[in-house]
Design a binder for this molecule. Structure first.
Ligand code: DGL
Length: 289
């Protein structure tokens, strides 16, 4: 599919199954403060992690078509599950557009472990993805690191819809993290963009089990760096000195909930629109709330 010619003043489109991508967006804002940003939370279809791959691919293509129709100059798939399922298809569909995906930080995990054992927390779909398993095998061959894969069923959902720091959240984290620590992991890869949003709870759970230093790997900063590199290489960085950068949110669920997430996680109050997005990329519309 052809992309209209891209302009430095155009926004960057960022999306996730829900609010998890805000853990990536905050790094993009820090590193690229002059960029206009459009953020789509597909919270009406979250979580992606327990959905069939084809469903995730259709959601991703629908969201990308919506963002491209709004004139974005680049796409950030701020969701590990969506990246594993659909980033290749997205790049085929929009060959001229810079597209950045998010993958669990296996390489930094292998580089950071002192004892050679790395726990990987992610959704079932991410951990079952061919692309992910291939990467894991390559890194094991190259470094000899041992990866313990922990599917965190229900965790993204709990973060998306539950109370921050609630006992239910911490009980779930306990169930997933304790066995990794018991098997000697000294590094935990946060392989879902929702998880860095509850880093304080993760650290609390770790402290109940060990005083040892446990390294947490979040790839948000690396993703923002890669976006900056791609925009610079394409001559698409928006220069400083113009109108202030704007952030706009879209959600396939409640605009009030996304607005509350922007306020509590980023301390920002951007305009938020509710979005009726077809499962296949046909005629998406946005409604102001
Ligand atoms: N934030 C997500 C990820 O990085 C998606 C979680 C989900 O929807 O299951 O994988």
């Amino acid at each position: 599919m052809s992309t209209p010619s891209l302009s430095p003043d155009a926004p960057v489109g960022i999306f996730d199954s829900g609010v998890g991508g805000l853990s990536v967006l905050r790094h993009i804002q820090a590193q690229l403060p002059h960029e206009h940003l459009l953020y789509v939370a597909d919270s009406g279809f979250a979580p992606y992690g327990d959905k069939p791959e084809q469903v995730v691919i259709e959601r991703v293509l629908g969201i990308a078509a919506f963002l491209v129709a709004r004139g974005v100059k680049a796409l950030v798939v701020a969701c590990n599950t969506a990246t594993v399922a659909a980033v290749r298809i997205l790049r085929e569909r929009y060959p001229a557009m810079p597209i950045v995906g998010v993958e669990p930080g296996l390489k930094p995990g292998a580089a950071g472990t002192r004892k050679g054992t790395v726990g990987v927390l992610a959704t079932e779909r991410t951990l079952a993805g061919e692309k992910f398993l291939l990467l894991r095998d390559q890194i094991v061959d190259a470094t000899g690191a041992r990866f313990l894969l922990q599917p965190c069923v229900g965790l993204a959902d709990q973060i998306e819809f539950g109370e921050p720091g609630s006992p239910a959240l911490e009980a779930m984290l306990e169930r997933y993290i304790a066995p990794l620590l018991a098997q000697g992991a000294d590094t935990l890869v946060l392989g879902c963009t929702h998880y860095p949003l509850v880093q304080a709870s993760i650290e609390r759970v770790i402290r109940r089990h060990t005083d040892e230093q446990i390294t947490l790997i979040d790839t948000g900063e690396a993703v923002a760096r890669q976006l900056a590199r791609l925009l610079a290489a394409a001559g698409l960085l928006r220069p400083a000195g113009g109108a202030p950068a704007e952030l706009t949110g879209f959600t396939s669920a409640s605009g009030i909930a996304l607005g509350a997430a922007f306020a509590s996680l980023l301390g920002q109050k951007p305009p938020v629109h509710e979005l009726a997005l077809a499962a296949t990329p046909t005629n998406p519309t946005g409604t102001h709330i």
